[in-house]
Design a protein around this ligand. Sequence first.
Ligand code: NDP
Length: 262
Amino acid sequence: MHYGYDSKVAVVTGGSSGIGLATVETLLGSGARVALCARTESRLNDVAAVLVRDHGEDRVMARALSVLDPQAVNAFAGEVEARFGRCDLLVNNAGQGRVSTFADTTDEDWRAEYELKLFSQIHPTRAFLPMLRRAKGAIVAVNSLLAYQPEPHMVCTSSARAGVQNLVKSLSVELAPDVRVNSILLGLVGSGQWSRRFAEREDQSQSRAEWYGALAARKGIPLGRLGDPAEAAAAIAFLGSPAASYITGAQLEVSGGLSRYI
Ligand code: NDP
């Protein structure tokens, strides 16, 4: 699908894998020039080489950095401005979940989780804001259903996710009318995180389809399967696009119907 990003520039954090990579591909396929970042340089370079081959060197920029490093994020924004001259969409996607109950979450874990969830939104937003304002652009925060429907086995992730949702709402007011700010709430999407958990499965004889199917049944996902990263990317691309021009401060669930609240 083409989301109308011709002549636009998008930035995707955590763009080397899973939902971030699917978002990069969707936006490139919709005409955008895209800058992506992630920490692991080797994987980022491999991904960037394929993207450049498929979409052209003039449309892709990749930088290895952590979104938790404000200097590096600021430098990234400066490079995007120098190279592409603008930023129309910022997708704050970088991160991962933490599986732990209250009993086995240390103070250090709590601090690390809050730092990751909140500053992965704060640093890129601050760095790209001047360009986003000039472009009358949009921010999409990649968040989780856990913000509204906490899971005791992911206690600190759930709690920090609720904080992110609160932040998104404040930003949508403070940055209006220049910049729209929305979020997607993910259920279970079969990306890097779930591939890693699949690789570590107890019963190594289970195929991916069996393991994912059993997981979907256990979790009670009405659509009966995990989401595909491209399905999350489609929601992100929509929210960032001109088709969503009157949508801000909203959240779009991409969960196969997993939520239980109205
Ligand atoms: P992946 O592990 O496939 O991808 C995560 C990406 O983020 C990678 O590119 C990773 O690269 C990058 N990343 C992680 N930490 C940092 C950092 N500090 N700075 C820069 N880049 C970073 O995960 P998903 O695609 O599944 O997850 C994408 C987002 O969606 C995450 O925020 C995740 O928490 C969220 N989410 C995912 C769900 C799911 O079911 N998949 C459910 C709910 C939320 P590198 O490690 O090299 O830095």
